[in-house]
Design a protein around this ligand. Structure first.
Ligand SMILES: Cc1cc2nc3c(=O)[nH]c(=O)nc-3n(C[C@H](O)[C@H](O)[C@H](O)COP(=O)(O)OP(=O)(O)OC[C@H]3O[C@@H](n4cnc5c(N)ncnc54)[C@H](O)[C@@H]3O)c2cc1C
Length: 646
C-alpha cells in the first residue's frame, strides 16, 4: 500500500507556506554544484523549474522530445493566466482565488496546496513582467485583466490569444541563459522511455534519441517529471499531437501512485468535430466567453432547418434564441466553469436543439459586443482567435456566430505528489499538468499556466531542497550499474517487440479505436455499464495491438510511427485505469459526471461522506487490478457545499 503522507505543514492555512519555507532544509551554495537534477519536459512547468534550479546553483539536465523547448504544448495556451493582484479593484484577494479554485474543482483538491498556489500567483506575474512577457495593458499602462469561468472577478492576465507562447518564451529565455552559463545541459529530441531506481530512489532515466533511435542512460540525484497531460488517450483532443502519458506511466509502473486518472476536463469552447479523418481538435479560448454569448434556437424546427442548411443563425430573431447558460445560471451566465458549460451544451444538443450539420454544435455570438464595443476593440482582444476560426471554418465570426462544441482539453489527474511535489517514489518529483495536485475534479480556466509556473518558479526550487539536503554526501553516479543496465534492456526489448509484430494495422487505427471507446464510455457522461464495457473493450484492444500492429521503418532511425507506438501502448493501459477510477468513484464531481449521480436539475451530485478523497492507484501488473489507496481530504478553511453558479 502506498504511503500517502501529504506532508501538509502545521498552522493556519495562510501561514503554512511561510512556515514551511522558514523551517525547511536548504542546501548550501557549494553543495548545490555537486548535485544533479534531471528535468524531463521543458514546457512551462519544466522550463521554469530547470531555469530556477540552475539559477540556484544545481546542475540540471533537461530533456524534451521536440526539436526545441519552444515547441512544448504550453505554447498553445491562448486565454491567460490567473493571479490575485486585484488590479481592477473588483474585490479579488488570495483567499478568493483559493476559494474559487477549490469550489471550481468541486471540493476534490487539497486545501493547503491550493492556498499556496493562490499565494504565489502574484509573484508569477511580477516574474514574467520582469522577463519582458508582453501582457496586455490598458490605455493608462496598467496590466489589463479579463474574466474566466467560475469567478466573479477579472483576474486573468493575458497576451492577446497567445499567453502560453509569450510565457514560454520568457521561461525559455531564463532557461537558455542557464544553458549558456553551463548550468543546464539541454537535450532536445530525446524521449524519456524509463525511470531508473536505485535502492528505491529515482536516480536516472533511459532515453531514446529521436533522430538516431539509440538509447542512452543519464543519472542524477533527483528526477523531475514535467511531461504534461494525457488527454490524447481520447485520440481527438485540443492538446498537442505529441502530448502523452509515457514518462509518468513508466514511473507508475515503477511504483509511483497515479491519482484521480478519471478527472478529465472537457472544454466547452472548441471547434466541433467535422469528420472521420480528423486527428486534432482546435480550442477557441474560454476568454471568448467574456464577450460572446452562447445560444441555440428555442424551437427544434429552427435547429433542424439550420442543420439542413435551409436557414442560418441570422434568420433566427432575438426572441427565438435560447441563451441557455444565462437562463440556467443567471449569476455566472456564460462564465460558468467548463464542466458546467460543457454538460449544458451536450444537454441542448442531445435534446435536439444543436446546430451545424451534425447537430452537435452551439452558437458563440459576438453580435452584442461588436455593437457595444466596436470591431476594433474586439479585434484587439481576440483578433488572432477570430482569424484562426475563419481559417479553419471559412466563416467570418465578425459577421456570423462561431459554432462550438465541447472537446477533451486537460487532465486533472496525474502522479500523486505530496506538498513538496514529491511522488511516492523518493527523489521523483512531478510538476505542472503531469501531477494531480491543485485542480481537484475540474480546473478553472487560466489556472493551468498559474499552476505550472507556480510549481516551476516558486514551489519546487524550495521543496526539492528538503530531499537534496540529505543527498549532499551522495557522489555523482556512473550509469554502469545493474539498475541502469536492466532499465535500458527493458526499454530496448519493448522497442524491439513493437517493431517485430509486423501486423496489419497502423498505430493510428488502434489509437482511434481506443479514443472512441474512451469518448463514448469515459467521456462527458459515464455510467456503470459503460465503464465496465470500456474496461473489457480496452483489454481486448490491447491484445489486438500486440499481435496486429504494424510499425514501418527501422528501429535505429528517425521513426515517428515507432514513437507513436510506444505512446499508444501506454495509453492502452492508462485508458483501463481511467475507466476503473471512474467506476470506483460512485458520485459526480467536476469533470467526472456519473449519470446515476445527479441532482433533479441535472447538476453533479457529490457524495462527500464516501468520496472526499484523492484516489491513488498502484500498479500491480498489466492485466491485474491496480491497488487503491485513499488520501482523505480535510476541509478546514472552506465549508463543503453543493456548487451553485445560479
Ligand atoms: C489549446 C490549449 C489552450 C490552453 N490555454 C490555456 C490558457 O489560456 N490558460 C491556462 O492556464 N491553461 C491553458 N491550457 C492548458 C495549459 O496550456 C497546459 O496545462 C500547460 O501548458 C501544461 O504545461 P506543462 O509544462 O505541464 O506541459 P507541456 O507544455 O505539455 O510540456 C510537456 C513537456 O514534456 C516533454 N515530454 C513529454 N513526454 C516526454 C518524454 N517522454 N520524454 C521527454 N520529454 C517529454 C515535452 O517535450 C514538453 O517539453 C491550454 C491548453 C490547450 C490544449
Amino acid at each position: 500500500m502506498a504511503n500517502l503522507d501529504s506532508k501538509i505543514p502545521e498552522g493556519p492555512i495562510e501561514n503554512k507556506w511561510s512556515n514551511y519555507k522558514s523551517k525547511q532544509n536548504l542546501v548550501n551554495p557549494a553543495n548545490k554544484r555537486k548535485l544533479d537534477v534531471i528535468v524531463v519536459g521543458t514546457g512551462l512547468a519544466g522550463a521554469s523549474a530547470a531555469a530556477s534550479l540552475a539559477e540556484l546553483g544545481f546542475k540540471v539536465k533537461a530533456f524534451c522530445y521536440q526539436d526545441s523547448p519552444r515547441r512544448a504544448h504550453s505554447i498553445a495556451a491562448q486565454g491567460g493566466i490567473n493571479a490575485a493582484k486585484n488590479y481592477p479593484n473588483d474585490g479579488d484577494s488570495i483567499y478568493r482565488l483559493f476559494y474559487d479554485t477549490v469550489k471550481g474543482g468541486d471540493y476534490r483538491s487539497r486545501e493547503a496546496n491550493v492556498y499556496r498556489l493562490a499565494e504565489v500567483s502574484n509573484n508569477i506575474i511580477d516574474q514574467c513582467v520582469a522577463q519582458g512577457v508582453p501582457f496586455a495593458r490598458e490605455y493608462g499602462g496598467m496590466l489589463d485583466n479579463r474574466s474566466f469561468g467560475g469567478a466573479l472577478v477579472s483576474r486573468t492576465f493575458y497576451a492577446r490569444g497567445q499567453t502560453g507562447q509569450q510565457l514560454l518564451l520568457g521561461a525559455y529565455q531564463a532557461q537558455s541563459r542557464q544553458v549558456k552559463l553551463g548550468n543546464i545541459e539541454m537535450y532536445p529530441r530525446q524521449e524519456v522511455m524509463n525511470v531508473v531506481l536505485i535502492d528505491g530512489k529515482a536516480r536516472g532515466v533511459i532515453i531514446r534519441d529521436a533522430i538516431t533511435g539509440e538509447t542512452q542512460r543519464h543519472s542524477a540525484h533527483a528526477v523531475v517529471l514535467a511531461t504534461g497531460g494525457y488527454g490524447n488517450v481520447f485520440f481527438l483532443s485540443t492538446m498537442a499531437m505529441g502530448s502523452n502519458v509515457s514518462a509518468i506511466w513508466q514511473a507508475y509502473k515503477k511504483g509511483a501512485a497515479f491519482s484521480n486518472p478519471c478527472y478529465v476536463q472537457i472544454h466547452p469552447t472548441c471547434i466541433p468535430v467535422h469528420g472521420e479523418f480528423q486527428s486534432k481538435l482546435t480550442l477557441m479560448s474560454e476568454s471568448l466567453r467574456n464577450d460572446g454569448r452562447i445560444w441555440v434556437p428555442k424551437q427544434k424546427e429552427d435547429a433542424l432547418r439550420i442543420q439542413k442548411g435551409e436557414i442560418t443563425a441570422e434568420d433566427i430573431p432575438e426572441e427565438g434564441r435560447d441563451y441557455y447558460l444565462e437562463r440556467r445560471y443567471p449569476a455566472f451566465g456564460n462564465l460558468v466553469p467548463r464542466d458546467v458549460a460543457s454538460r449544458a451544451a451536450k444537454e441542448r444538443c442531445d435534446a435536439g436543439f444543436g446546430v451545424g450539420t451534425t447537430g452537435l454544435a452551439v452558437f458563440l455570438d459576438f453580435k452584442d459586443s461588436l455593437e457595444r464595443l466596436g470591431k476594433d476593440t474586439i479585434e484587439a482582444k481576440y483578433g488572432n482567435l477570430f482569424q484562426m476560426y475563419e481559417k479553419i471554418n471559412d466563416f467570418n465570426p465578425y459577421k456570423t456566430p462561431m459554432m462550438i462544441y465541447p472537446a477533451i482539453h486537460y487532465t486533472m489527474g496525474g502522479l500523486w505528489v505530496d506538498y513538496e511535489l514529491q511522488t511516492t517514489i523518493s527523489g521523483l518529483f512531478a510538476v505542472g499538468e503531469a501531477n494531480f495536485s491543485d485542480h481537484g475534479a475540474n480546473r478553472l480556466g487560466a489556472s493551468a499556466l498559474m499552476q505550472g509556473l507556480a510549481d516551476g518558479y516558486f514551489v519546487l526550487p524550495y521543496t526539492i531542497q528538503s530531499y537534496l539536503a540529505d543527498e549532499i554526501n551522495t557522489p555523482r553516479f556512473s550509469t554502469d550499474g545493474e539498475e541502469f543496465e536492466q532499465a535500458e534492456k527493458e526499454t530496448k526489448e519493448n522497442l524491439e517487440k513493437l517493431m517485430s509484430i509486423k501486423g496489419n494495422y497502423s498505430v493510428d487505427t488502434f489509437h482511434k479505436r481506443l479514443g472512441k471507446i474512451m469518448w463514448e464510455n469515459v467521456g462527458m457522461e459515464r455510467n456503470k455499464a459503460g465503464l465496465q464495457k470500456a474496461i473489457t473493450e480496452i483489454q481486448q484492444l490491447r491484445k489486438e495491438f500486440w499481435v496486429d500492429l504494424l510499425v514501418p521503418g527501422e528501429l535505429n532511425d528517425l521513426n515517428p510511427e515507432l514513437q507513436k507506438a510506444t505512446r499508444v501502448a501506454d495509453f492502452l493501459e492508462l485508458g483501463e485505469l481511467m475507466a476503473r477510477d471512474a467506476l470506483n468513484r460512485e458520485e459526480s464531481c467536476g469533470g467526472h459526471f456519473r449519470e446515476e449521480f445527479q441532482t433533479k436539475e441535472g447538476e453533479a451530485l457529490r457524495n462527500d461522506k464516501d468520496f472526499a478523497y484523492v484516489a491513488a492507484w498502484e500498479f500491480t501488473g498489466v492485466d491485474k487490478e491496480p491497488a487503491l489507496t485513499k488520501e482523505q481530504l480535510k476541509f478546514e478553511a472552506i465549508e463543503l457545499k453543493q456548487r451553485n453558479y445560479k
